[in-house]
Ligand binder design. Structure first.
Ligand code: ATP
Ligand code: MG
Length: 570
């Protein structure tokens, strides 16, 4: 396309609203524009990249034997009521009513819809296995939309649903998706690692998230420095640090006026945080529960929720609720004489000796407390693993990095098929529920992640596979007839070959054209300038030096790049 006919919306200034590089660059390159919080319009340049990413996903999904589908984005409430999620989904769901006062939502995900399709369309085991996918707009009224299309309220997702007759079948379907995802992200030019993920208390039997390492990521990902182990911190099991054995001492109530935080306590008792156990009070779906972890540890709310049988709404208890449970102000909670529905005790705490806890009395703590002798609870793993701890697989040291989830694969099992009575006739003539898997990729988030991993101070560096245009042919001086003629010929020749090429024929200074080209991240630039009189043009890769090339050789040079990247010219 000729740039004189295109909507070019590049910005020189860095927009104040953007915090992270990909968001800044998507705005500056003119890929997206914001309409409302977390709601974006895709400009022509952004849409081209989106379509390219979609094409890669589509190709690999088809190669893996999945079939494309397109469901409606508007979903009747009844389906969600059947699965029990109409209530459970909470405020993140965009809900609406039609003119007859019937409830609908804008689909945040489509398990219910695809389970409904399966129960209507699939009658026999002979029709299985089946994997249906769609690339579709999803709606989630996120609490904190941010980072542009990384976490938006309207976004494009590829979601797939597999239907198998048994668990072995599901394992095969799941592994096919895992392999397809690895290929997809590789082809998109990003490093995305599958990591173990939580499946929830009633969730399925296996789950992996595809994570890209990123300082602005909202997930903590645990990696082993010795083996291949990688997991979301939500899931990674912790190993209790062994406390030095001591003889039990007599429990003692100590007056601790205004000593509330762990820091205050360390000073007051002149000891380390390893000698304290903190008792945190939560409201879990309306029930008041407590969890104890060592003074320096963080409670893992996913582990907590799972231990409580899959709590949906978990929040720190209010000061009033704390007062009710502990008969004391916030800061003096402890396990002795505590009035809660459930007391969960991290296994590290259960192995400590003579430690300090709140006394459930404002201004007092107990010292020399011991699990088993002085109190009891449900012992388990309720805390986050920490940097330097042992790998749960090989014992090596673990490190923790920030990550962003670009994809998620999940063995659902029969969770939805049972709830929604989605059954088929098996080999024995028996009606049994489908064994399901679901598989998502954040398409727009992937696009932002590609930029996050591929950019420099001048702009985006698109991998050839997803670039909005492969080549930018620039005429330095559009008033120079020879330059325009040669540039136009190269442009036409590349176009005829199927190369996605733009011709910068705008009446702008060369510097402006170069800056725009780099900002938009076009992988190859052909500059037709003064040397055209000597039969030469400049060829430049986005991050390499200029090569002077004979006019008649420049098209071959472009083809060479496609070959090097193992990409066929479309
Ligand atoms: P997150 O923990 O980031 O909210 P999620 O677990 O809610 O993600 P899924 O329900 O598994 O996400 O959705 C599948 C994919 O959709 C995610 O892996 C992610 O890439 C993408 N995604 C989810 N929410 C958003 C959003 N608000 N904006 C853009 N992409 C999203
Ligand atoms: Mg989410």
């Amino acid at each position: 396309m000729k740039m004189s006919n295109m909507l070019i919306s590049t910005l020189r200034e860095v927009p104040a609203e953007a915090e992270i590089d990909s968001h800044k660059l998507m705005l500056r390159a003119g890929m997206i524009r914001k309409m409302a919080s977390g709601i974006y319009n895709y400009m022509p340049l952004g849409l081209k990249v989106l379509k390219n990413v979609e094409d890669i996903i589509r190709e690999e999904m088809n190669n893996a034997g999945a079939q494309e589908f397109l469901a409606s984005a508007i979903i009747p409430a009844e389906l969600w009521q059947e699965s029990g999620r109409w209530g459970a989904y909470g405020a993140e769901m965009f809900r609406l009513k039609d003119r007859n006062d019937r409830d609908f939502c804008l689909g945040p995900t489509h398990e219910e819809v695809f389970t409904d399709i399966a129960r209507n369309e699939i009658k026999s085991y002979k029709q299985l296995p089946l994997n249906l996918y769609q690339i579709q707009t999803k709606y989630r009224d996120e609490r904190r939309p941010r980072f542009g299309v990384m976490r938006s309220r309207e976004f494009v997702m590829k979601d797939a649903y597999s239907f198998d007759k048994d668990q072995d079948g599901l394992d095969i379907s799941y592994n096919k998706m895992r392999d397809a995802y690895i290929k997809i992200f590789e082809r998109c030019g990003i490093v995305a690692k599958p990591v173990d993920a939580d499946t929830g208390a009633i969730g399925g039997s296996g789950s992996a998230e595809f994570m890209v390492k990123s300082e602005v990521g909202e997930d903590d990902v645990v990696f082993c420095t010795n083996c291949d182990y990688a997991a979301n911190i939500e899931k990674a099991p912790s190993t209790p640090e062994k406390a030095e054995k001591e003889a039990y001492k007599e429990i003692n109530k100590i007056e601790t006026p205004n000593v509330r935080t762990i820091e205050d306590l360390i000073k007051f008792f002149n000891t380390t945080e390893k000698k304290f156990a903190k008792t945190l009070i939560y409201n879990a779906d309306g029930k008041i529960v407590a969890v104890m972890v060592r003074g320096d540890r963080e409670v893992n709310e996913v582990k907590l929720s799972n231990a409580l049988g899959g709590v949906v709404d978990l929040s720190m208890a209010s000061a009033e609720e704390v007062m009710k449970a502990t008969s004391a102000q916030v800061g003096f909670a402890g396990p002795i004489n505590l009035k809660v529905d459930t007391l969960l005790v991290d296994k590290e705490v259960a192995n400590m000796y003579n430690f300090i806890v709140g006394a459930n009395e404002t201004g007092y703590h107990f010292e020399n407390v011991n699990y088993g002798r002085d109190f009891e609870g449900i012992v388990g793993d309720y805390r986050n693993i920490t940097e330097g701890e042992n790998c749960p697989v090989c014992g090596g040291k673990i490190t923790i990095s920030k990550g962003t989830e670009v994809g998620h694969i999940f063995k659902l099992g029969t969770k939805y098929s049972e709830a929604m009575n989605a059954k088929f006739i098996d080999e024995n003539g028996k009606e049994v529920p489908f064994v399901m898997g679901c598989y998502g990729i954040g398409v727009t988030r992937t696009m932002a992640s590609i930029i996050e991993q591929n950019h420099d101070e001048n702009g985006i560096i698109w991998p050839l596979s997803v670039a909005p245009y492969h080549v930018n042919v620039i005429a330095v001086n559009i008033k120079d007839e020879m330059q325009m003629k040669v540039a136009n010929e190269i442009y036409e020749e590349l176009k005829a070959l199927g190369v996605d090429v733009i011709f910068d024929d705008r009446n702008e200074r060369a510097g402006v054209k170069f800056k725009d080209s780099d900002l938009m991240g076009i992988p190859m630039r052909i500059t037709v300038g003064k040397k055209v009189t000597e039969g030469q043009v400049e060829f430049k890769l986005r991050t390499s030096e200029v090569e002077n090339i004979k006019i008649e050789e420049v098209v071959a040079r472009v083809k060479e790049e496609f070959e090097k990247n193992k990409i066929s010219i479309r």
